[in-house]
Ligand binder design. Structure first.
Ligand code: ADP
Length: 310
């Protein structure tokens, strides 16, 4: 499968690099309004390919996206001093009006995979601009938060992350919800498994993991200004699920008609991802605290996205 990436900055190039090393797609095409940057990134990443895969990497204009199965949207402008969140969103919406129109002209069949932040609102905007069915416009959402949740839990329990089913729901951001009550290790409820492993999940242990998941991006931004490798790998995981029609359950963001009485709203829930994008959503059991938190986050996201005209 051919994958297009619009925006060859840190996130777009990290996704291109991870996709290339994974060898799961045949071609990667980088597009950026800064053509020299796209060209340089493509050349650099293409030089890594021979060590790992036969993926072809190149830069091009929008017409080079012709035939792409997935187009990752990683373009964006950053916040100006004094600019409000809504003003920034309005400017990014303008960028996306241009970008999404061009992408759909040249790759009308592509699934759009949104990476630009705030990802849930940008995914909502992209869905509205494109007019595509919701399942074909996917935001990377909490895929990374879920991975981090599983990895911290795995460390506590002394089990491989892949043996854990635990999800982060809602916003990719401050209001996200760690779904503790539905988490499973193997086929066991988490508390049973933790007891058998002699690693009880005390309130302190839970708070530590919660903080570790929720504050991860802040810590990384403090040290290096932005995050890109983790999301590059997360985007690659989503592309693999689409390219191989895996019907894998991933926590990704799409516009959803109703979430606990709120909607339409764009946020992450566990969803089946395959060739046609998202084909189904599964709603885990939540306790009252989790449900209230998810509903509140959903209301906030619905209002924020609703304040942006497309
Ligand atoms: P991030 O860390 O999110 O990747 P960057 O600023 O590194 O942020 O990258 C964003 C990229 O998006 C930049 O390379 C910029 O040139 C590109 N970009 C911004 N606006 C457009 C646009 N209208 N069309 C294509 N690319 C764009």
């Amino acid at each position: 499968m051919k994958v297009g990436i619009v925006g060859a900055g840190m996130v777009g190039s990290a996704a291109a690099y991870a996709l290339t090393l994974s060898g799961s797609v045949t071609q990667v095409v980088l597009v950026d309004r800064n053509a020299a940057l796209a060209q340089a990134q493509a050349e650099d990443i293409a030089h890594a390919a021979p060590f790992a895969s036969t993926t072809q990497v190149r830069a091009g204009d929008y017409d080079a996206l012709d035939g792409a199965g997935v187009v990752i949207l990683a373009a964006g402008v950053s916040q100006k001093p004094g600019e409000t969140r809504i003003e920034l969103l309005d400017r990014n919406a303008a960028v996306f009006r241009d970008v999404v129109g061009q992408v759909l002209t040249h790759a009308p069949q592509a699934i759009l995979l949104v990476a630009s932040n705030p990802v849930d609102v940008m995914t909502d905007i992209t869905t509205r601009i494109s007019g595509l069915p919701a399942g074909r416009v996917i935001g990377s959402g909490t895929i990374l938060d879920t991975a981090r949740f599983r990895s911290l839990l795995a460390g506590h329990l002394g089990v491989a992350p892949r043996s854990l089913h635990a999800s982060v729901l809602g916003e990719h951001g401050d209001s996200e919800v760690l779904a503790w009550s539905s988490a499973r290790a193997g086929s066991l409820p988490l508390a049973d498994f933790a007891a058998q492993m002699h690693a009880p999940l005390t309130e302190g242990a839970r708070a530590h993991i919660d903080e570790g998941v929720r504050r991860a991006a802040y810590r990384i931004i403090e040290g290096k200004g932005a995050t890109w490798y983790g999301i590059g790998a997360g985007l690659t995981r989503i592309v693999q699920a689409i390219a191989a029609d895996q019907q894998t359950i991933l926590t990704v963001s799409i516009r959803t008609p109703d979430v606990l009485g709120v909607g339409p709203v764009t946020l992450s829930l566990p969803r089946l991802v395959g060739r046609n994008g998202v084909s189904a959503t599964v709603v885990p059991e939540l306790d009252k605290g989790e449900a209230d938190a998810l509903r509140q986050g959903a209301e906030m996201l619905r209002d924020l996205a609703g304040a942006v005209t497309v």
